[in-house]
Design a protein around this ligand. Structure first.
Ligand code: NAP
Length: 510
């Protein structure tokens, strides 16, 4: 392809969820207009656009789960439903003027670092080429659906779809439906399926711990108050933040503190399920918090209905019209819905990002993804991952983490401009030391030692490559400013080690 046909931008961003949009808006707010945003879908919103299964809602209160610079006084509920969150993101994209930068229906096919030009060369699905000084991946950690590896799935002749690809044209009324999985998505759509299906067979491998969801409608007076006195909404945001933040004490500092939450969860089962057999089936045997703690007030009552069977025997195979469990029992079904989650420990597909010497990013991660401050990866200059490795949370709002990372990227860009640096690349030693500290900190956590198998842990290495092991304000502190001392510049180490923050970056007690 000729050089003239390559469209150049200073920054290329991938994705328009909270990450990509947050990055784009903050760039715009800083007066930067030379950026492009690639979006594979026909509209913005990321996960809040593509996940639209019935009952889909956020399980973090919306007054916190929103951009700090764009409070929404009109949230209809404490935990807004998906269409409202999608609308909020569409509003933000429009209001902050980033839509002219967004290329919809434009998936990135591959991105290669060109060492000679010190540019990222991006190719979209149509084969058009772009170049960019900096590349920001905001494609999300939970966007590649995971399907179970069950013999015979391909032979099934009924309707089958993943929760992320919900087919609303398929009428569930009167149908025999099998749902596989009982995670965060399933507990939201199962009550909706139960209302419609003639029979619902719920295949549960591991029961989740579930607490009551303190959801309620926001009343008119509250909305007026928040509109007139934004500080009142800010106070609510702070209150929610610190309440959620305190949960990390039990998850990380002393898992025994989780005993209180366990008592609440057991009471929740007792209060909502009358059948003793069912109670037993849904009671987990691992420490609460080891897997994501879920919240629902309509899941257990749905399971208690006569048209629902919770099946805890493993699935042996699927035939053209049935599911057979390992005990040989066969149940005929019209549809299978996969609530089996996402490839969280393998968030980037092979063949997408190529760094120095054409190395695929997947090949730099034999033991699972790792990055420096969850954002930069050695050998991938001028590349930033939002919601990257070990930035996930088991206790608070991801938007807070995303906004911390966006600050870090902006600070890096400013630094590069000020020092006239064309290329930054995190030093391998800085990345290694940072990740050693992260992994050490995770050792005693409930996520690693709570006696469960979860998507937090890499299936091969067993390393926890997804979660941030600390308070979120500690992550914010360490991403406040670009720390030049951890980086190589223009392909060589600079003697700028004045603010090497590699040491002591992972939480106060690290
Ligand atoms: P998930 O939490 O990973 O749950 C997947 C479920 O499928 C688990 O119950 C799992 O069982 C089961 N499963 C997987 N493979 C299976 C197999 N081969 N046979 C039987 N069961 C199988 O996925 P998710 O529910 O889609 O949620 C993923 C994440 O998305 C959440 O943790 C959360 O971070 C995010 N999410 C957030 C919200 C929100 O409100 N903010 C809502 C939905 C989702 P095991 O437990 O035994 O592995």
């Amino acid at each position: 392809m000729s050089k003239q046909s390559v469209e150049h931008h200073k920054v290329a961003i991938i994705g328009t969820g909270f990450s990509g949009l947050g990055m784009a808006i903050r760039l715009k707010q800083q007066g930067e207009n030379d950026f492009i945003v690639f979006e594979k879908e026909g509209g913005v919103g990321g996960t809040w656009r593509v996940n639209h299964y019935p009952g889909c809602a956020c399980d973090v209160p919306s007054h916190l789960y929103s951009f700090c610079f764009a409070p929404n006084p009109n949230w209809s509920r404490m935990f807004a439903p998906q269409p409202e969150i999608k609308k909020y993101l569409e509003y933000c994209a429009d209001h902050y003027g980033v839509m002219p930068h967004v290329k919809l229906n434009n998936a990135v096919k591959s991105a290669h670092w060109d060492e000679q030009q010190q540019l990222w060369m991006v190719t979209d699905q149509q084969g058009k080429q772009y170049s960019a000084n900096l590349l920001v991946a905001g494609a999300g950690g939970l966007s590649v659906p995971a399907y179970p590896n069950i013999p015979g799935l391909e032979k099934f002749e009924g309707k089958a779809f993943h929760s992320q690809d919900w087919d609303h044209n398929y009428d569930l009324h009167g149908k025999r439906v099998a749902v596989i999985g009982t995670g965060a998505s399933a507990i939201q759509f199962v009550p909706e399926v139960q209302k419609q299906a003639a029979q619902l067979d719920l295949y549960q491998r591991t029961p989740p711990w579930i607490l009551s969801k303190p959801d309620r409608a926001m009343n008119f007076a509250e909305k007026v108050l928040f509109k007139r006195f934004p500080k009142a909404q800010l106070a609510l945001r702070e209150k929610i933040y610190w309440t959620l933040e305190s949960r990390v004490l039990g998850m990380l500092v002393n898992p025994r503190l989780m005993a209180i939450a366990k008592r609440w969860a057991l009471n929740h089962i007792r209060n909502q399920i009358s059948d003793p057999e069912l109670r037993k089936k849904v009671t987990p045997d691992y420490t609460i918090g080891c897997k994501r703690i879920l919240m629902s007030d309509n899941y257990y009552p749905a399971l208690d209905q006569p048209n629902v069977d919770v099946i805890t025997t493993g699935i042996r195979e699927v035939t053209a019209n049935s599911v057979i469990t390992v005990d040989g029992e066969e149940r005929e079904v019209d549809a299978i819905i996969y609530g089996t989650g996402f490839k969280a420990t393998d968030p980037m597909p092979r063949g997408l990002f190529f760094g120095r010497n054409g190395t695929d990013i997947v090949d730099t991660w034999p033991e699972g993804p790792e990055a420096y401050k969850g954002t930069t990866v050695s050998g991938f200059p001028n590349f930033f991952i939002l919601m990257g490795p070990n930035t996930g949370l088991g206790h608070n709002s991801m938007v807070y983490m995303i906004e911390s990372q966006v600050n870090y990227v902006l600070s890096a860009i400013k630094y590069m401009e000020k020092k006239r640096i064309k290329q930054i690349d995190v030093a391998p030693s800085a990345q290694a030391e940072y990740n050693d500290r992260i992994q050490n900190k995770l050792q005693g956590s409930v996520w690693n030692s709570g006696g469960c198998q979860s998507w937090y842990l890499h299936p091969v290495s067993g390393k926890n490559v997804t979660l941030w092991p600390g308070f979120t304000w500690q992550f914010r502190q360490q991403t406040r400013r670009f720390d030049a001392g951890a980086y190589l510049f223009n392909g060589a180490q600079e003697s700028m080690n004045t603010e090497n923050t590699v040491k002591g970056t992972v939480g106060a007690s690290a």
